[in-house]
Write a protein that binds this ligand. Structure first.
Ligand SMILES: [Zn+2]
Ligand SMILES: [Zn+2]
Length: 342
């Protein structure tokens, strides 16, 4: 099968072709696995973190991609949930132990044996992939394959972030960074919380305009002061300055939720500007979001079915995977980027 792989850690500012196109054998299912013919795979900032070594794959080559939609073409002997022909999705969580305290409490994202699709095992930048049936999900019928793909990571982890904000109706949610995940959070938050105000901080004018189109109540640059202090802010940026600014704009008891698997180190010195009194005092909290639990994906897909939410997508052919990654790195963003596999 045709596949794009990460072969080594690379610097994307120097090397504009980070992935290599190769032929790999088609995957064969174990007893509890399904093999999927991939038709769409979302492009995520985490791929950049893998390629640039912030969350490196344990071995090379590996097929990246963890927002996969396709049809089941083979099933293992013990597979019950799906049949040949079922349309399924796969997200970042590929497997976990299933027995530890975290797994038993529905937080399989925190499991010691957590394995990630497209980093620890082969993912979806390929014609075929496979997964244990318990980590594959039904896709709501009203979505096209490409529309469903970004929901599996950007959407599901955005949903987890939103849950972790502890927000109530009538409060103010801040979003700093406005890419694939944040634009879905905005849509979902506006539906789930009555009278919620959403303030969006984004560097580019285009992203701010896009946020306004989707119903943001206020938009500004990352360090612009919002009209009111904010109850909870979700950060989806790859850097540090927005975090320091976000802490400044939080109300007493407010919470900053950092939805980023890794941060880049270019502006780490911004952290030295943290002033205890201004940024942390008054019981302000910081919480990270780790991976995604399987229940986040299934619950989020239910919310999506109820609310009929569709993400804005930008399509690329699989052959243009490197172009999509460079566009993402250079922040040419409008909605979510998706590779289409013919
Ligand atoms: Zn992702
Ligand atoms: Zn576990």
């Amino acid at each position: 099968m045709k596949a794009f792989v990460i072969n080594e850690i690379k610097n994307l500012s120097v090397d504009m072709r980070p992935l290599e196109s190769i032929e790999l054998p088609e995957p064969k299912p174990e007893q509890d696995e399904i093999v999927i013919k991939v038709s769409a795979c979302g492009v995520c900032h985490t791929e950049l973190d893998e390629i640039e070594g912030r969350t490196p794959p344990p071995k090379f080559p590996v097929v990246p991609g963890h927002q996969i939609v396709g049809k089941v073409i083979h099933t293992g002997k013990y597979v019950k949930k799906f049949k040949v022909g079922s349309r399924v999705g796969i997200g970042w969580i590929n497997s976990s132990c299933g027995n530890c305290e975290h797994c038993l409490q529905g937080n399989d994202n925190l499991c010691n044996e957590f394995k990630a699709t497209g980093r620890d095992v082969n993912g979806g930048y390929a014609e075929f992939t496979k997964v244990k049936e318990n980590y594959a999900f039904d896709i709501p019928g009203f979505l096209s394959d490409a529309e469903a793909a970004p929901l599996l990571c950007a959407g599901a982890i955005g949903y987890r972030s939103l849950r972790l904000t502890n927000l109530n109706n009538n409060q103010i949610l801040g979003l700093t960074g406005f890419g694939a995940s944040a634009h879905l959070v905005l849509k979902v938050a506006k539906y789930l919380y009555k009278d919620l105000k959403v303030f969006v901080f984004a560097r580019s004018e285009k992203e701010r305009e896009f946020a306004k189109e989707l119903g943001a109540d206020w938009t500004g640059d990352t360090d612009e002061t919002p009209p009111e202090m904010i109850n909870s802010i979700i950060d989806t940026t790859p850097v540090w300055k927005p975090i320091v600014k976000a802490l400044e704009f939080l109300q007493p008891g407010g919470r900053l939720v950092i939805n980023a698997i890794r941060k880049e180190s270019i502006d780490k010195s911004e952290l030295l500007n943290i002033n205890y009194e201004k940024h942390l005092w008054m019981e302000k909290e910081i919480k990270s979001v780790a991976n995604v639990a399987s229940k986040d994906i299934s619950e989020f897909l239910e919310v999506v079915s109820r609310l009929k939410i569709k993400p804005e997508v930008e399509l690329y052919n699989l052959e243009d995977a490197n172009i999509a990654l460079v566009d993402l790195k250079e922040r040419r963003i409008r909605g979510a980027k998706v590779l289409v596999i013919k």
